[in-house]
Design a protein around this ligand. Sequence first.
Ligand code: FES
Ligand code: FES
Length: 95
Amino acid sequence: MTRASQANGENVSTPAEEPVIAQKGPYKVELLATYRYAWCACGLSKWQPFCDGSHTSKPGFKPKVWIQEKDQTAFLCGCKHSAKFPFCDGTHKKL
Ligand code: FES
Ligand code: FES
């Protein structure tokens, strides 16, 4: 099992910590151009697949934040183990 944050080359302060699997499959969402999104990396958010601030209780995790460039239907990772987060890359099938 590969942590998404490690696969992305980020330094994680607590490497033993695993993200919580919010759902073993992606969330289909409609992303809107110019909006700012924050994908939950820790898995604790009650507002999946987006961050609700719950990561403050899980050291080493922070959301992936981006400004959406175009309107797009997307499948955002729910298992929190995708190497291509915030998007699903199929890793959930191996969990
Ligand atoms: Fe995480 Fe597909 S839901 S890789
Ligand atoms: Fe999970 Fe913010 S609640 S990253």
